[in-house]
Design a protein around this ligand. Sequence first.
Ligand code: OAD
Length: 223
Amino acid sequence: MAVLTGAGVSAESGVPTFRGKDGLWKHYRPEDLATPDAFSRDPRLVWQWYNWRRGLIARANPNRGHYALADLERTAPEFTLITQNVDDLHEQAGSKNVIKLHGDIWQVRCLSCGRDWIDTRPSIAELPPRCGCGGLLRPGVVWFGEELQPGIWDRAEYAARRAQVFLVIGTSAVVYPAAGLVRMAKCSGAKVVEINLAETVITSQIDAFLAGPCGELLPKLIA
Ligand code: OAD
């Protein structure tokens, strides 16, 4: 069994999604905040935005959907949770085999020496932060126009191709290559089940669609 989650799975924890009525990309332009160019133009501005998101995520707790997925992992013989989310709410809920396609908001990486580590301060005071070597630190997330880490993508693709059941939860499924995992799973013979508040671009191509908040539907489905 494999699962692909998106921002919708953390929405009931108070973490905003990207698209839709109150989505982050309705209020901010991704090209100003989430691209390598934006970071080289104004690293301080990009870091201010990540500090704000760090604060939001630090205050958030896993919801019933996150916990249901951790329960499911304990019962399924083979289980991979692939997430596009950079928060750590799946891990906090107890999920173990988690692939973080778009990185981790708590990770920082030095642009000079390449070292990376976890810094869980909800807000980093000195902006932009610097490494001991003097290099500029960047958030350890994947921005638009950047490739996913090859090892991470290989693991996600393997899980999608191997799955007998593939759940797609709380994602608009418009960002590639992540969204391509759905088709990969389907073409490799998985039954694909989507849970979302509303139909998405993939709904017509899959086996079953469950409409509603995943914090309510996942515990019922798994029970
Ligand atoms: P989106 O904001 O594009 O989509 C969130 C989806 O969750 C929408 O389809 C909503 O209908 C659904 N949703 C919201 N609340 C829900 C709930 N309580 N239960 C079930 N569904 C719910 O977020 P993603 O698909 O995760 O990438 O976005 C993909 C990527 O685009 C993100 O990882 C990020 C963004 O730009 C990068 O930053 C690289």
